[in-house]
Ligand binder design. Structure first.
Ligand code: AP5
Ligand code: MG
Length: 192
C-alpha cells in the first residue's frame, strides 16, 4: 500500500427522487471520497449566475437535460481535480445518456469505476417524495418530464453497465439508514 492511496470510484443511477443525493453524500463521506453531483454543480452555477448557470437555468426549470457536450466537459474537468484523481468519486447524476456513458467509459478507460449502482425506487414512491420536498424545480410538470426522460434516456444505461458486469442494484425503499447500510455494503463488496 506504500504511497498508493486507496481510491473508490462509483457511479450511481436512479430516477429523480430515488435518494441519490441523500445517499451519495453519506457513502462518499463514509469512504472519504468526493461526492460529485452534476445537479448540485448546475444549481450552484445558477445561484452564482455564471455563464454555465445562465445556460442551464431554463433547462433545469423545464425538467430537460443539459447538452451532452457541456456535461461531458464539466465532469471531465471535475474528475481531473486532485481530490478525485487521488481519492476517487461517488458520481451522482452522470452519465445520463448513452453519449455521456461512451464519453465516461473513454475518460475512465485507464482506471474504470469499481461499480455502477442502480438505486432502485418505483416511480410512484419517488413522486410522493418529490412532492413533499419542494425544491424550486419540482413542479409536477417538470417532475413528470424528468421521470419520462429517465425511462427513455437513462434506463438503457443500466443495461449498458449490466453487460459490462459492473452493475449492482440497491433497493432504495426503506429508511435512509437502511438504504445507506445496503449501499455501503454493496460498494464495499465491489472493492473486493
Ligand atoms: P439532479 O440534481 O441529478 O436531479 P435528479 O436526478 O432529477 O434527482 P434529484 O436530485 O431530484 O433526486 P435524488 O435522487 O438526488 O434524491 P434526493 O436525495 O434529493 O439533476 C437536476 C437537473 O440537472 C436535471 O433535471 C437536468 O436538467 C440537469 N442535469 C444533471 N445532470 C445532468 C446530466 N448528466 N446531463 C444532463 N443534464 C443533467 O431525495 C429526494 C427526496 O426524498 C428528498 O426530500 C429526501 O429527503 C427524500 N428521501 C431520500 N431518501 C429517502 C428515503 N429512504 N425515504 C423517504 N424519503 C427519502
Ligand atoms: Mg440529487
Amino acid at each position: 500500500m506504500h504511497g498508493v492511496p486507496h481510491s473508490v470510484r462509483v457511479i450511481v443511477f436512479g430516477r429523480q427522487g430515488a435518494g441519490k443525493g441523500t445517499q451519495c453524500a453519506r457513502v462518499a463521506a463514509h469512504f472519504g471520497v468526493p461526492h460529485v453531483s452534476t445537479g448540485e454543480i448546475l444549481r450552484d452555477a445558477i445561484a452564482r449566475d455564471t455563464a454555465l448557470g445562465r445556460a442551464a437555468r431554463v433547462v433545469l426549470d423545464g425538467g430537460g437535460l443539459v447538452e451532452d457536450s457541456l456535461m461531458i466537459s464539466l465532469v471531465q474537468g471535475r474528475l481531473g481535480e486532485q481530490d478525485a484523481r487521488t481519492r476517487g468519486y461517488v458520481l451522482d447524476g452522470f452519465p445520463r445518456t448513452l453519449v455521456q456513458a461512451a464519453a465516461f467509459d473513454e475518460m475512465t478507460a485507464a482506471r474504470p469505476a469499481h461499480c455502477a449502482v442502480d438505486l432502485e425506487v418505483p416511480r410512484e414512491v419517488v413522486v410522493a417524495r418529490l412532492l413533499a420536498r419542494r425544491r424550486e424545480d419540482d413542479t409536477p410538470e417538470a417532475i413528470n418530464h424528468r421521470l419520462d426522460l429517465y425511462e427513455a434516456q437513462t434506463s438503457p444505461l443500466i443495461e449498458h453497465y449490466r453487460s459490462r458486469s459492473s452493475l449492482r442494484v440497491v433497493d432504495g425503499v426503506g429508511t435512509q439508514d437502511e438504504v445507506f447500510e445496503r449501499f455501503r455494503a454493496t460498494v464495499a463488496a465491489c472493492l473486493g
